[in-house]
Design a protein around this ligand. Structure first.
Ligand code: MSP
Length: 506
C-alpha cells in the first residue's frame, strides 16, 4: 500500500474561518477521501498559523493575551471542519511545542551551513499580509501593499536573513526540469515570470521582539522571534517529524499534493522549495494553487467585510449541498463568483431533481413492485449502460487524479441522467401492468446497481449522502474502495428513507 500525503495551508487565526478557507479544506478532504478509496495510506494535514504581528494585533484589539485569543479562534476552525465532515488526520498548530522545537532545529541547521546571516534590514512591510517589500518594490507600488493596497510601514532594523539568492539558479533549473510541480500551468508560468523579473533577494526571517513579541524564539538570538512565514511553511515537514520522527518522515515525505490558494503562490513555489533544498530535503510532488471565490468580483476577505459565513450556508443548503456546490460550480484552479442563487439552482437541479429523484423513484418502485427485495436472474450490464460505465470508470480516476473535480462530477451526472432517461424510455409502470416481472426485476436491479456505483463515486464529495444511499440499498460497508464501483449486481434488500435532497423553495 503506498501513501498519499496531502496538506492545506495553515490558516491565520486572526478571525473565524469563512467560505474561502472552507473551499481549500473541502477540496483537500475530497482528494484525501478519493485516495482512501484507492486504498492508499493517506495523511491529510491541516492546521492553523498562529504567530506574527497580525495575530498579535487581533488579540490586542480584543484585550486578550495572544495565546488566550488563538486558543479560542482555533476552536472555531476545528468546529467548522467537524461540521463540514473534514477527515483530517492531524491538525497542527504553529504554537505546538513539537513544531516550535523543530523550527529552531531547522534554523540552527541552516545557520550551521552558512545559509543564515545577520544584517541591517531597510525596507517596507505590510502587517496584514505579513510581507516585505524592497524600497524599489514599495516605490513602484506607491508605498501601498501590492496585495491588499494598504499603506506600507517603513522599517529599518537589524535582522537575520536566509540566503534565498544562493539558491536562485538551483530553483530555476529544478522548475525547468519539473514543469508539472506547480499546477495549473498558469501558476507555473507565473512563478517562472516572477523569477525572471526579479533577482531573488535574501529573506528576512527574524523580527525583533521589541516590535513583534509573538512568535517562536529565534534560536540564535534572544532578542528576536522567527518570521511568521518561515515558521509556518515548515509545518508541512514538522508535522511528519522532520527532526523528531525519522520513520514517519521517511514514510510520508515528500508531500504528494499541497493545495493552496493563488494568493500564497510565491511563498510556496519560491521560498518553500528553496528552504527544503537548503535543509537537504526533497521538494513536494505537486503544489496546486486554486482560484478565489469572489463576491461581486472582489476577493472575499475579512478586511473587505464581504465574507460569506459557512454556517449560514450549511443551515440553508446542508453540508453535502455546500460541498457539492463548491467543487462543481467552478473548475478547480479558476476564480468564481459566489451567489446564493447559484447554489440554489445547483441543489435543486443536480441534487434534488437528478440524483435525489432518481434514488427515490427507483427505490420506491422496488418497494412497491417487489416489497423491497430484488434478485434478478440476469445480472449483466444493460446495453444502454455499457459504454457509459466503462468510460466513466476510466474518466473518473483520471479527472480525480488531475484535481478536475467539476469534470469528474459532470461525468457522474451524465450517468445519473442516463439512468433517469432509461426510466422514462423503458416505462416500468407498463412492465408492471403487463406483468413482465423478470424484465421489471432486471430493469430495477440494474438501476439499483447503477445507483450503487454512483454512491461510491460521489463518496469523496458527499460522504454522508453516499453512505445514506448505500445503506438504503442494504449495503453495509465498513470501508469503501474504488473496486466497489465495479458492476457486480447481487440481490438487493432495500430500506428506503425520505428523499435525499428536498427541493429548496426561495
Ligand atoms: N497563514 C497563511 C498561509 C500559511 S501556509 C504555510 C495564510 N493564511 S490565510 O488564512 O490567509 O489563508 C489563506 C488561504 O485560504 C488561501 O491560500 C486559500 O487557500 C484560502 N482562501 C482565503 N480566502 C479565499 C477566497 N476568497 N477564495 C478561495 N480561497 C481562499 O495565507
Amino acid at each position: 500500500m503506498s501513501k498519499f500525503y496531502i496538506t492545506t495551508p495553515l490558516y491565520y487565526v486572526n478571525a473565524s474561518p469563512h467560505i474561502g478557507h472552507a473551499y481549500t479544506t473541502l477540496a483537500s478532504d475530497t482528494l484525501a477521501r478519493f485516495y482512501r478509496l484507492r486504498k492508499k495510506e493517506v495523511f491529510f494535514l491541516t492546521g492553523t498559523d498562529e504567530h506574527g504581528g497580525k495575530i498579535y494585533q487581533a488579540a490586542e484589539s480584543k484585550n486578550q493575551e495572544p495565546k488566550e485569543f488563538v486558543d479560542k479562534v482555533v476552536e472555531n476552525f476545528k468546529d467548522l471542519w467537524k461540521t463540514l465532515n473534514i477527515s483530517y488526520d492531524f491538525f497542527i498548530r504553529t504554537t505546538d511545542s513539537s513544531h516550535k522545537e523543530q523550527v529552531k532545529e531547522a534554523i540552527k541547521f541552516l545557520y550551521g551551513k552558512g545559509d543564515i546571516y545577520k544584517a541591517v534590514y531597510r525596507g517596507y512591510y505590510c502587517t496584514p499580509c505579513e510581507t516585505f517589500f524592497s524600497p524599489l518594490q514599495a516605490k513602484t507600488n506607491s508605498f501601498l501593499c501590492s496585495e491588499c493596497r494598504r499603506p506600507l510601514q517603513e522599517i529599518e532594523e537589524e535582522n537575520y536573513f536566509f540566503r534565498l539568492s544562493k539558491y536562485e539558479s538551483w530553483l530555476k533549473g529544478y522548475l525547468r526540469e519539473h514543469p508539472h510541480l506547480i499546477r495549473p500551468s498558469i501558476r507555473y508560468n507565473e512563478t517562472i515570470g516572477f523569477l525572471e523579473a526579479n533577482p531573488l533577494v535574501d529573506l528576512c526571517i527574524s523580527r525583533p521582539k521589541e516590535r513583534v513579541n509573538w512568535g517562536i524564539d529565534f534560536p540564535l538570538d534572544k532578542k528576536y522571534v522567527v518570521y511568521v512565514w518561515f515558521d509556518a511553511l515548515l509545518n508541512y515537514v514538522t508535522a511528519v517529524g522532520l527532526f523528531k520522527d525519522k520513520e514517519k518522515f521517511q514514510k510520508f515525505w515528500p508531500a504528494d499534493c499541497q493545495i493552496i490558494g493563488k494568493d500564497i503562490l510565491k511563498q510556496h513555489t519560491v521560498y518553500w522549495p528553496i528552504i527544503l533544498h537548503a535543509l537537504g530535503v526533497e521538494v513536494p510532488r505537486l503544489i496546486f494553487a486554486h482560484g478565489w471565490w469572489l463576491v461581486e468580483e472582489e476577493k472575499m476577505s475579512k478586511s473587505k467585510g464581504n465574507i460569506v459565513d459557512p454556517y449560514q450556508l450549511v443551515k440553508e443548503f446542508g453540508v453535502d449541498g455546500l460541498r457539492y456546490f463548491l467543487l462543481r460550480e467552478i473548475p478547480f484552479g479558476s476564480d468564481g463568483n459566489f451567489s446564493c442563487a447559484h447554489i440554489l439552482k445547483r441543489i435543486n437541479s443536480d441534487l434534488a431533481n437528478d440524483l435525489g429523484n432518481l434514488v427515490y423513484r427507483v427505490l420506491n418502485m422496488a418497494e412497491k413492485y417487489f416489497s423491497s427485495r430484488l434478485d434478478s436472474r440476469k445480472k449483466d450490464i444493460p446495453q444502454e449502460f455499457l459504454g457509459v460505465i466503462t468510460q466513466l470508470e476510466r474518466e473518473y480516476l483520471n479527472y480525480m487524479e488531475n484535481l478536475e473535480f467539476a469534470v469528474a462530477l459532470e461525468k457522474i451526472w451524465e450517468f445519473i441522467n442516463l439512468m433517469n432517461k432509461y426510466v422514462e424510455d423503458k416505462k416500468p409502470w407498463v412492465m408492471w401492468r403487463e406483468k413482465r416481472l423478470p424484465e421489471l426485476s432486471y430493469f430495477l436491479s440494474s438501476l439499483l446497481e447503477g445507483i450503487r456505483i454512483v454512491a461510491v463515486y460521489i463518496y469523496p464529495f458527499m460522504p454522508s449522502t453516499s453512505l445514506s444511499i448505500l445503506s438504503q440499498l442494504g449495503e453495509r460497508k465498513e470501508e469503501l474502495s474504488v473496486e466497489d464501483a465495479k458492476w457486480k449486481m447481487r440481490g438487493f434488500s432495500i430500506k428506503k428513507e425520505a428523499p435525499l435532497f428536498p427541493r429548496i423553495q426561495k
